[in-house]
Design a protein around this ligand. Sequence first.
Ligand code: PXG
Ligand code: PLP
Length: 440
Amino acid sequence: MTTAHHDPRLDAYWMPFTANRQFKQAPRMMTRAEGMHYWTDDGRQILDGVAGLWCVNAGHGRPKIVQAIQQQAAEMDFAPPFQMGHPKAFALADALTRLTPPGLNRVFFTNSGSEAVETALKMALAYHRARGEGTRTRLIGRERGYHGVNFGGISVGGIVTNRKQFGAMVSGVDHLRHTHDPARNAFSIGQPEHGAELADDLERLVALHDASTIAAVIVEPIAGSTGVLVPPKGYLQRLREICDKHGILLIFDEVITGFGRTGQPFAAQTFGVTPDMITAAKGITNGCVPMGAVFVQQAIHDTFMQGPEHAIEFFHGYTYSGHPLACAAGLATLETYADGGLLTRASALHDTLGQALHGLRELPHVVDIRHFGLVGGIELASRPGAVGQRAFDVFLDCFAQGVMVRTTGDTVALSPPLIISADQIGQIVETVATAIRRVA
Ligand code: PXG
Ligand code: PLP
């Protein structure tokens, strides 16, 4: 047996969410990107089926964004965000509120989705306290939810692997049941028919804990990281009704679904349900500079704006909140989206992606296909005792064929840039089909 060796210059970098030892024996290095493609260090062109990591929604290397970042770096590299401002942070917040659902017209900037989640959870607690309902401290997430990797986010999150290494986490958290129901909903076209009643699980938690102890519920409109779980018809509406009934804030985590993924700027608009807060990141700058945001109902914001005017209203913020490079990138990103009509393009391609994906139905190991707008998931049967390996082998085979997909568990996930052509959708899905046929 030969022992695999690797380049010791790769040792220092501890890679995130990666099988480090396996990667370093056979690295997949990207060195250039443009439009729908990456290029590897050995010069291979790779079609991007995931928008980088669900974030490069306008495609790579968009000139307006590149120029905006270059100019901003030369003009003013950094400005302190506490007790100071710079014009582009205000301009970006203002521009973003033209895209958000009605009423969600106040914006707090962070540097990632994980930080946006922490910010939203803290805002929810502080909001109830400011209203004199400080007993509302409980946070409700959902099984199979992904809300980033910080302590609040993994606590409300529902992914076992992201939780089990890290002890007791934030206390006073509970979880709704997840909505994945392949027995009733496998191979749904778009939104599944069955499962609106799963939202009633919130009533169970209210009965258990009492509404007076619950601050907020956080869910992804479409769960991305646990395998593209599309909400059953009526589910989000019902969750909204129950939150209203009990005075519980509803937070939509739109880190993936925001910025056009579902056919509207936000999934809240696509599914016709308005939450009290939205967390976003990724597509806000087209993935070019790290940035996240929390969009808040004005009434929530205004609740903080009491007390003496010289007092800080919310003791929270990051050194890089509203970083000038991120704001410049964000403004240019919104222009790029508008120029290409990109934030609604996913609805025009919903059927194209759906039809292509459902063509995989008869392939070996395929147990479910899920899709909405320009996001799709192909779930494969797991190999006994080796969850995730079959999908990972599909990923490796696709990469060898020149297409980048993403896997989560045994689901192959697709979330291509919103500029994708129908032919390129076909190419990605055919590549996945070839890989599935080859992988045992
Ligand atoms: N909330 C949601 C719904 C997300 O999808 C985050 C929060 C955290 O964002 P940051 O920027 O802190 O990573 C995310 C991020 C995957 C994958 O493999 C998904 C994400 C990140 C990395 C990998 O599905 N989503
Ligand atoms: N740790 C220390 C010692 C700090 O001084 C700061 C910020 O000043 C932080 C953490 C937080 O860093 P950031 O604001 O970039 O999240």
